[in-house]
Design a protein around this ligand. Structure first.
Ligand SMILES: [Zn+2]
Ligand SMILES: [Zn+2]
Length: 505
C-alpha cells in the first residue's frame, strides 16, 4: 500500500445536494467539484420520512431501522409512558466497522456519529470532538490520543449548536466557530492519517448540519425568520462560507490520501427551510379524539418559551433535566389517551397508539380495531389544510408496520407523518378540528430534506453518473467489499458499480 489509507469514507452530514451542485457549477466549491468530475456518482435512498434520526445507525450497521431500533434520541420507554434517552451504545446491532476490524484490518474513525468500534490494537476512534449531537464528552481510542487531539485541534469551538439563539452576534459566533471547526478537522484528519497506513479511514464533517439548522434563514429572504438587518454582520450567505470551509478541508484530506485510495464521499441527506406543523400535532390528535387540549400545556409552553430565551451557557448543563420536566406531565396523560404524538425530529411527525398488550394500560385493541383506527386517523390527518395557502399540511403518512419491519417494530411510531414543506404553516384547519395555531418553540430555521448524494473515486473506476438511487445500507458493505470483507445477515449489499470487477457499458 502506498498511501495512508486503502479505503476512505468522508461524509458531509446534511450537506444539501442541490446547494452542492449549484455552488460547484458556480466554481465556489473547487475540491468537491473536482471529485464530482472524477467519480462515479449517484443519488442515495435513505429510510423514508423519518430518516434524520435513523440514518447514521443504518449507515453504520447496514440494516434498516426496524432491525437496529434507533430513530431519535428520546424513544418510548415501555415500563410506563415516559421516554428514555437512546444513546449510540444502546444499539443492539454491531457495526460494519467492527466486522471489518475483526477481519484483521486497521480501522480509524473520526466523529462518525453513532459508530461503534471495538477497542483493539488495530483500531482508532475519535468521538465527540465536534459532532452535531453532543451526547458524550470527547472520547478517544487509544486513550493517549486524547491529548494529541487537543494539541492538534483544540476543543470544539461550537459545542451544542442548538443552544444558539437567533440573535446576530450568536449566529456570527456560530458561523465563525463552524468555519474554524471544519478547518481544524482537516488538521485532525491529517494527523490520524499520519498514524497509518489504514485499511479503512472514515471521517464525518458535521458543520453543514449545524449550519443548515441554525443559519438557513440568514440566506433566504422568503423565510419568515429572515432578517435583512442581520446581513451587515453575517454576510450575504453564511451557509456558503461554511460549505467553502468544508470544501477546503475536503481538498486537503483528499490530497493527503493520494490517487491510490478508494475514496467515497457521501452527502448524507439535505436541508431546506423548516416549515412543518409538528408543534400542533398533539393538539390536533386531542381534538380528533374529542378531547380538550390538556390544560397543563398552555403554562408549560410558556415556561418553555421563556427557557429558550435564556443564554445557551445557562441551558446547556440543564438540558437533560429540562427534557424530563417537560415530558413528566405528559406521561400520565399518555396512559389515558388512545393515540398521542411522540417526539421525533420536527421534520416529521410520529403518532403512537396506546395499544393493549404493548402499552401497560392499552386502550386500543390490536388487530382490526387498530387497523381501522389507523385508516381513520390517516384520512383525518391528510385532510389538514395549511390556512396560509389552502394546500394540504401533510404530504403523506406511512405505517410503522411498513417502515420498521423487524424485531424492534414495537419501539417505533405507528404512523409517521411527512409535512408539506412547501410553505410556512402558521395554522392548520380541518372540518373536524376547526383551526389550530402552530407555535413552535424550536428556534431552528432549517430542517432536513431526504435526498443524498454519493461519489466514489478510484483509479479502477471510470467516472460517470448513475441513474436511480443507492440504498443507504449498501454503502458500508461496499467499503467492506473493497477490502475483501464479505458480510452476511444484513440488509445492505455491495454496490457493483463501485467495485473494480465491474465494467460499465
Ligand atoms: Zn438535524
Ligand atoms: Zn449541530
Amino acid at each position: 500500500m502506498s498511501g495512508p489509507a486503502k479505503v476512505a469514507c468522508i461524509t458531509l452530514d446534511a450537506a444539501e445536494q442541490s446547494l452542492l451542485r449549484q455552488w460547484v457549477s458556480q466554481g465556489l466549491l473547487p475540491n468537491f467539484g473536482k471529485l464530482l468530475k472524477e467519480s462515479v456518482t449517484s443519488a442515495t435512498r435513505n429510510p423514508e420520512i423519518i430518516y434524520s434520526g435513523t440514518l447514521w445507525p443504518s449507515f453504520n450497521t447496514g440494516v434498516w431501522p426496524g432491525r437496529h431500533d434507533n430513530y431519535f434520541y428520546l424513544q418510548p420507554d415501555f415500563q410506563g409512558y415516559g421516554l428514555r434517552r437512546f444513546l449510540p451504545e444502546h444499539l443492539s446491532v454491531d457495526s460494519i466497522w467492527n466486522a471489518i476490524a475483526q477481519q484483521g484490518h486497521r480501522v480509524a474513525l473520526i466523529d462518525v456519529p453513532k459508530a461503534q468500534l471495538s477497542r483493539t490494537s488495530r483500531t482508532l476512534q475519535v468521538s465527540f470532538w465536534g459532532e452535531h449531537e453532543v451526547l458524550h464528552p470527547l472520547t478517544c481510542w487509544p486513550p493517549s490520543l486524547e491529548q494529541e487531539v487537543q494539541q492538534i485541534a483544540g476543543t470544539d469551538p461550537v459545542g451544542a449548536c442548538d443552544l444558539v439563539r437567533q440573535r446576530p452576534q450568536e449566529l456570527l459566533r456560530l458561523k465563525e466557530g463552524l468555519i474554524e471547526r471544519a478547518t481544524r478537522r482537516a488538521d485532525l484528519a491529517l494527523a490520524v492519517l499520519a498514524r497509518g497506513p489504514w485499511d479503512l479511514f472514515a471521517l464525518n464533517f458535521s458543520e453543514a448540519h449545524c449550519a443548515g439548522h441554525q443559519l438557513w434563514a440568514t440566506r433566504d429572504p422568503k423565510h419568515p425568520q429572515f432578517r435583512a438587518d442581520f446581513r451587515a454582520l453575517l454576510g450575504e450567505d453564511p451557509l456558503l462560507e461554511v460549505y467553502q470551509a468544508i470544501d477546503h478541508s475536503l481538498g486537503r484530506i483528499v490530497d493527503a490520501l493520494g490517487r491510490g485510495a478508494f475514496v467515497l464521499v457521501l452527502a448524507t441527506h439535505g436541508m431546506g427551510p423548516r416549515y412543518d406543523a409538528a408543534a400542533a400535532l398533539d393538539a390536533v390528535l386531542c381534538r380528533l379524539d374529542g378531547l380538550d387540549v390538556p390544560k397543563a400545556s398552555g403554562p408549560i409552553e410558556n415556561v418553555r418559551k421563556m427557557w429558550l430565551q435564556l443564554p445557551g451557557a445557562v441551558r446547556g448543563p440543564l438540558r437533560r433535566l429540562a427534557d424530563l420536566l417537560y415530558d413528566a406531565p405528559r406521561q400520565r396523560e399518555r396512559a389515558t389517551r388512545r393515540f398521542v404524538a411522540i417526539p421525533t425530529t420536527d421534520n416529521c411527525g410520529g403518532v403512537r397508539f396506546n395499544l393493549r398488550g404493548r402499552e401497560p394500560k392499552g386502550l386500543v385493541e390490536p388487530g382490526l380495531p387498530y387497523q381501522e383506527l389507523c385508516d381513520w386517523l390517516e384520512r383525518e390527518l391528510l385532510s389538514l389544510v395549511n390556512v396560509a395557502t389552502g394546500a394540504p399540511a401533510v404530504a403523506r403518512i406511512l405505517r410503522g408496520d411498513l417502515l420498521f419491519a423487524g424485531p424492534f417494530r414495537n419501539q417505533f411510531p405507528d404512523l409517521v407523518i411527512e409535512w408539506n414543506h412547501a410553505a410556512p404553516i402558521p395554522a392548520v384547519r380541518s372540518p373536524r378540528i376547526g383551526e389550530l395555531r402552530v407555535e413552535s418553540p424550536n428556534p431552528r430555521t432549517g430542517d432536513h430534506r431526504p435526498k443524498g448524494l454519493v461519489l466514489a473515486r478510484s483509479t479502477d473506476l471510470a467516472p460517470h453518473a448513475l441513474e436511480g438511487a443507492m440504498a443507504l445500507v449498501d454503502l458500508a458493505p461496499t467499503l467492506a467489499a473493497r477490502l475483501g470483507v464479505e458480510l452476511s445477515g444484513i440488509d445492505g449489499k455491495p454496490i457493483l458499480d463501485f467495485l473494480p470487477q465491474h465494467t460499465h457499458v
